[in-house]
Unconditional design. Sequence first.
Length: 430
Amino acid sequence: MLTTRRKFVAVSAAAMTSSQFNHATGPGDTIRIGLIGPGGMGSNHLRALVARQDVQVSWICEVDKARLAQAAAEVGKTGREPKTTKDMRHVFGDKEVDAVLIATPDHWHTPAAILALDAGKHVYVEKPCSHNIREGKLLVEAAKRSGRVLQVGTQSRSAPHLQEAMAKLKGGAIGEVLCAKAWNSQKRGNIGKTKPAKPPENLDFEMWQGPAPRGPYRTNMLPSIWRWWKAYGCGDIGNDGVHELDIALWGLGVTTHPERIQGAGGKYFFEDDQQFADQMYCSFEWNPNGTPLKRKMLVYEQRDWSPYVQEGHENGNAWYGTKGMLVLGKASGWTLFGERNKKLAERSGKIDIKPHHDNFFEAIRGKAKANAPAEVGHLAATIAHLGNLSVALGRTLEFDAKAEKFSRDREADALVGRTYEPGHWAVPRG
Ligand SMILES: NC(=O)c1ccc[n+]([C@@H]2O[C@H](COP(=O)([O-])OP(=O)(O)OC[C@H]3O[C@@H](n4cnc5c(N)ncnc54)[C@H](O)[C@@H]3O)[C@@H](O)[C@H]2O)c1
């Protein structure tokens, strides 16, 4: 049965009080972490966490009984049994917990992260950090008011070879960076067409849906396929695309949302239940009415039906400056070109989650700043949401970047947020 907001207020009030007595996180202390959602990516996180000496996985929270047992057994191999639950409020209410790692589907990211921050926990939340623009804004506010560390799961931010490329761009290696490109071209699968069905026995589908409005279970929602359903995911632009978008923004050097968005695309290939475009071309402009050298543009390309890679890289980025360009493949490395395509520098490298975990734990210990804080995650996720909105509405959007609204476009403005399951304890307020 659904727990009401009133009941939750009591639970979270207890959590707030207990957070004042959070376990210390000095340089030599073990950080106690709760993992929420040990699914596909959550299991990757778990393997990396149990390999660490400075961290103890003290809770596993999972709404699928089989996955819960599997993850608990993984932690058990370290000789320390974790506590287990399907209700994340138990994790947030435990004063011994310092931090949580949230690897649930997207519709839970912001609601769970806000509850955790307000309960005094440090938070690592998977990308995209929000399911919609309004939630991202609320997350930024919650991170600020909590004073806790928030790290978004865009692990490229902690990759040394990417940091080096970004330093080159910032240092003027290609002159003024006026344009960036991010692409996501790969071959995805057809998810088929299904009818509502009974959820599997081992899954608490009520808890899985959480604050999202109640809808039917379908056999092509799990595992991981929920990302193509609007109630739970953000399409591939918010999935793999958001990594490239984040890297593009980083190199472009922008710290605000774009003001003009022009998206084109749709379902060009798949005839199935997917509710998002498999083909997208979107441009995002900063200062679109500005003077030369004061404007910037990001172009996003997505083809989810491509059995070949684009420009040498499955997923990649390019930055175009007034003196040269830099081309980067997330999984391979980057090359810097000067005028007339003269090769000036190159570096290979791969992206791994360990350095991003290291940075998160160092930030908790006060030895570093989070490389992907809420503001950074919110900017990248907002690009994904804006791209989806422009493609879905089929027209150019003018965004009030400061107010985070479509001030002159009611139809678009109604889509800045989402609808929730009425009265659910995890509905984010603000
Ligand atoms: N950073 C990366 O490179 C990367 C890569 C893949 C996925 N991801 C992100 O990781 C997240 C998970 O993706 P996935 O492919 O692993 O999906 P998944 O469906 O395999 O895993 C999600 C897990 O969360 C569980 N869950 C759902 N609601 C829950 C709740 N209320 N409490 C506890 N557990 C709950 C599900 O049962 C499932 O096991 C997504 O947001 C995705 O974008 C990130």
